[in-house]
Design a protein around this ligand. Sequence first.
Ligand code: PMP
Length: 407
Amino acid sequence: TSDVDWRKVRTDFPILELKIDGKPLIYLDNAASSQMPQLVIDRLVRYQTKQHANINRAVHYLSEVATQEYHDARCKLQQFINAREDREVIFTSGTTDSINLVMQGYGRKFIQANDEIILTTLEHHSNIVPWQMLANEKGAKIRVVPINDKGELDVDEYERLFNERTKFVGLIHVSNALGTINPIKRMIDFAHRYDVPVLIDGAQAALHIPIDVQALDCDFYAFSAHKLCGPTGVGILYGKAVLLESMQPYKGGGDMIASVTFEETIYNTIPHKFEAGTPPIAAAIGFGAAIDYLTTIGIENIAAYESTLLDYATKCLTQIPGVNIIGTANEKTAVISFTIDGVHPHDIGTILNQDGIAVRTGHHCAQPVMQRFNVPATSRASFAFYNNKTEVDALIAGIKTVQKVFL
Ligand code: PMP
């Protein structure tokens, strides 16, 4: 982190200059959506003002430009995750869409009655519900990896769940509710001993941990642009080419075909087979700009800086009596879920908001995690590389105000 000027980096984000009721915005809801630097906003404006056209279909100038820029964005994503080929990167509308693509395209074709799908207690609803829908349709079973009191997966138990009926693993890389970083490499390697493919939900990882899909050897990896300083409406699914080629398309329509007659449709090659209709062209190009921006700073530098923020915030919070941190894994990203004795999480969020502090309160689309810790909800402060210690101090002061108001 030594040679990055984090104070200057912060000025790249115009939204951080906002005042909320006269108080500076303190944005600690980065796990829900991170903010966009000016450069990404400018890139979106440039596309909209000078490059907007539909892609793949015309020989005119604008269409060729948009097609090229969209393709370049795909290549940026390919490099970002070190995929072997650009056709292994499919643009989707986000992580949820990517997981549903795998469920529909892989799951519906290859998972049958009595087969087993392994998921973990830490999964976001978007990596639970699609598999439940599939299991109900097929008569397949879902097996769940438990977590310990620190919010860490029980990897031994994971390994014990495997048998000859195991057909798929869905695994969250970083827990959005707790920040736990899971040992996915070990878990992927183990699944491959049984020839079982693994889908990694990387929504909370990609901004904070360098991703190398070849080194991980994961079969699928999914994340959303809006959690990586990009716009909403786009994300990617990485898939190994052989798997993607073996899958059935999830949506039918234009662009995903090689030829159509009323008797028969021949599908296009990957990635087009999975990108029916007009894709989110503008958002994908903005995503590419965000990737360039993040690459310049360096995800490793981001990880190191955020870990100093996490340590500081954890130390400060631990010192306040009546505050309980939920999820104390040894390996964590800068996410702190907490409860305050005697105060409803919703009230915590409301009082903090009066000080301009944005945190999330609720179940974080991870109700099994809440059930495991026996809480209806938590408050969650999630940090990004443009946050700083002054903002941690403001959070701490805000929490003390909450305690004064309610206790
Ligand atoms: N998985 C995880 C771990 C997440 O944190 C989120 C977003 N909260 C999602 C999946 C879903 O992402 P999206 O809403 O962008 O599809």
